[in-house]
Design a protein around this ligand. Structure first.
Ligand SMILES: [Mg+2]
Length: 224
């Protein structure tokens, strides 16, 4: 049912992570967010500076996002957190990316953003890269009811929102652990940025620009 008569999978969607997937780590966006997260923890939540760095790492490891940890342990307002940590102009770090625009145009699948960030930040980043038009939908942390990646429920929620099965989806992310629940739901997984290959990774490529080649190699000939 998920295959055509030549036994090829009928892919419909490709889900892209946003931060450090659509642009390189060296751009410094996540460093800016990370600094603002620490500032939120010390100045807004009142966590002593000595503990904040440690807790930040601990929350990221344990919950997948610092937001989730702060919600669980300090009952913070997630909206306030999200606007605080993303309150900067991505144009300080990024510009238009014609190569990304070109590549997205070449991939004949419906494209979606699947991110632990919020929609405002996603819109600003996509606008700065000048690739917003390629994406049908932004599935952000609010659309996920704050159930962030890599919590398995986040992936099921994304599939429900798209009304599609995992077999018909390709997912692209720069964080290996974010691909594990996707693989469990039968998505085809692409890891970028030379992360560590694991059993959950179907394809590992050095940059986002290599995704087109992978996708074309797995699409039925008539769709390439
Ligand atoms: Mg990322």
């Amino acid at each position: 049912m998920m295959m055509n008569d030549r036994g090829e999978t009928q892919f419909e969607y490709i889900l892209f992570d946003l931060d450090e997937t659509l642009y390189p780590r060296e751009a410094g966006v996540m460093k800016a967010i990370s600094d603002r997260i620490l500032r939120f923890m010390t100045q807004k939540v009142g966590i002593p500076a000595d503990d904040a760095t440690c807790k930040k790492l601990e929350y990221y490891q344990e919950y997948g996002t610092v937001l989730r940890g702060l919600m669980e342990e300090y009952h913070i307002n997630p909206e306030e957190y999200l606007s605080y940590v993303h309150d900067f102009d991505p144009r300080e770090f990024l510009g238009a990316s014609p190569p990304l625009d070109r590549m997205l145009r070449e991939i004949p699948l419906r494209k979606v953003i699947f991110t632990n960030a919020d929609a405002n930040h996603s819109e600003r980043v996509l606008g700065t890269l000048q690739v917003r038009d390629h994406f049908d939908l932004i599935i952000d942390i609010k659309a996920l009811n704050y159930e962030n990646k890599p919590r398995p429920v986040a992936y099921q929620r994304a599939l429900d929102l798209l009304a599609v099965s995992g077999e018909r989806c390709i997912i692209v992310d720069d964080t290996p652990r974010n691909l594990i629940p996707a693989k469990d739901l039968s998505m085809t997984t692409i890891l970028i940025n030379g992360g560590k290959k694991s059993i959950a990774v179907d394809y590992a490529v050095p940059t986002i620009f290599h995704v087109e080649m992978v996708v074309k190699s797995i699409l039925p000939v008539e769709r390439r």
